[in-house]
Ligand binder design. Structure first.
Ligand SMILES: [Fe+2]
Length: 368
């Protein structure tokens, strides 16, 4: 997983073959180049996590990605089927999905429209053990990542119940079933969920005896797409593991504290000054004010975070940019709103990638 150097601003001529053009939703942020193959110092992972800084694990699952080549190819074909507007019920009732879903998961007939404009489709499942009904409100939701017409990034999100109303971590049995449903549709999930090295690493840096991977999302970040700066704090969850399986993604990732410091530092620079954000610059001396603006989704902060080539270049120069290649993992601590890793993701190729993003929680003791 190489760190990145900022090479050139948008529109500048670039000749290097390894240069990556960075754009998302029509916004051009410039050109970057991989520096050297660089990794987080593994002797201080616990300290990194405690400070809510991202942890980069280069080549951590490269062998497993190769072993799951067929599953990854099937996932890419499923993504293509979505883009081609195929009937997903038909797709899931045919090989290889029919045999993987039966007999435990039964797809309900009609997709439900929840009124979410970014939603493509929601597929609902009942879960059984033999003829015993275990759960009847599992779902996988397919969504676009943006409304931009040239961004075909999409994701499959697995969960249960009424979205946004449930304390999902309080329902371990359903979280487990939704996780099993992910493995039925995307067996390459095992690259993360059955990885004893990752489990050992996490239990060595987290204050828990064992971990589980829940609230799973399977990403297909496409050219001109990705995710804008955000965090993923959720009650009962400790953090997020993101594994790149196909293609490359470009990341900006840093703790909230670092982000606020970098934002303040940038606003003091000539570039930040020229960019002309007078109200924000007035907040530089007021750390709490800047933090409040970040939390509130202030539109000028959002503009700087997501659409300023100068701030993008600033973060890269400070060492917060990374290129995730197939087999690389990034861990994102998510302890609380005040103490978490913020991140921004771009597609780094001219084709869609494939990646897993699972929440990490303490594994409860099973009583069954
Ligand atoms: Fe995220």
């Amino acid at each position: 997983m190489p760190a990145l150097d900022y090479l050139a601003a948008p529109g500048e001529a670039v000749t290097r073959m390894d240069a990556v053009r960075v754009r998302r939703r029509g916004v051009e942020l410039g050109w970057v180049v991989p520096r050297t193959r660089d990794v987080t110092d593994h002797t201080c992972l616990a300290r990194h996590w405690a400070a809510a800084r991202p942890i980069y694990l280069a080549d951590f699952v490269t062998a497993e990605v190769a072993e799951h080549g067929e599953h990854i190819a099937q996932a890419l074909a499923l993504m293509e089927a979505v883009l081609a507007e195929a009937d997903l019920e038909d797709v899931l009732h045919a090989p290889p999905y029919d045999a993987r879903l039966a007999p435990d998961f039964r797809l309900l007939p009609a997709g439900i429209d929840t009124g979410d404009a970014q939603e493509i489709l929601r597929l609902d499942f009942d879960a059984y053990a033999g003829e015993r009904l275990l759960a009847e409100d599992l779902w996988v939701k397919l969504s676009w990542l943006s409304f931009h017409p040239d961004d075909t990034s999409l994701r499959f999100r697995f969960s249960f119940g009424i979205e946004g109303y449930e304390n999902v971590a309080a329902h371990w049995d359903k979280q487990k079933l939704a996780a099993r449903l992910t493995e039925a549709i995307f067996p390459e999930s095992a690259i993360v969920s059955r990885n004893s090295f990752l489990r050992g690493l996490l239990t060595s840096i987290l204050p828990v005896d064992d971990v589980a991977y829940v609230e799973r999302i399977v990403y297909f970040n496409a050219p001109n797409g990705g995710a804008q700066f955000h965090q993923d704090v959720e009650r009962g969850h400790l953090g997020v593991v993101f594994a790149q399986l196909h293609g490359r993604s470009l990341w900006l990732a840093l703790s909230r504290q670092q982000l606020l410091q970098e934002l303040a530092a940038f606003l003091r620079t000539p570039a930040g000054h020229v960019a002309g954000y007078p109200r924000l610059r007035a907040l530089v001396a007021d750390a709490e004010g800047l933090a409040a603006a970040l939390e509130a989704g202030d539109e000028v902060v959002e503009e700087v975070l997501n659409r300023s080539p100068e701030f993008f270049a600033h973060l890269l120069r400070q060492g917060h940019g990374w290129l995730l290649e197939p087999g690389d993992i990034i861990l994102l601590p998510q302890q609380s709103q005040e103490h978490c890793a913020w991140h921004s993701v771009f597609c780094a190729d001219d084709f869609p990638g494939h990646a897993l993003s699972f929440a990490i929680r303490e594994r409860p003791v099973d009583h069954q």
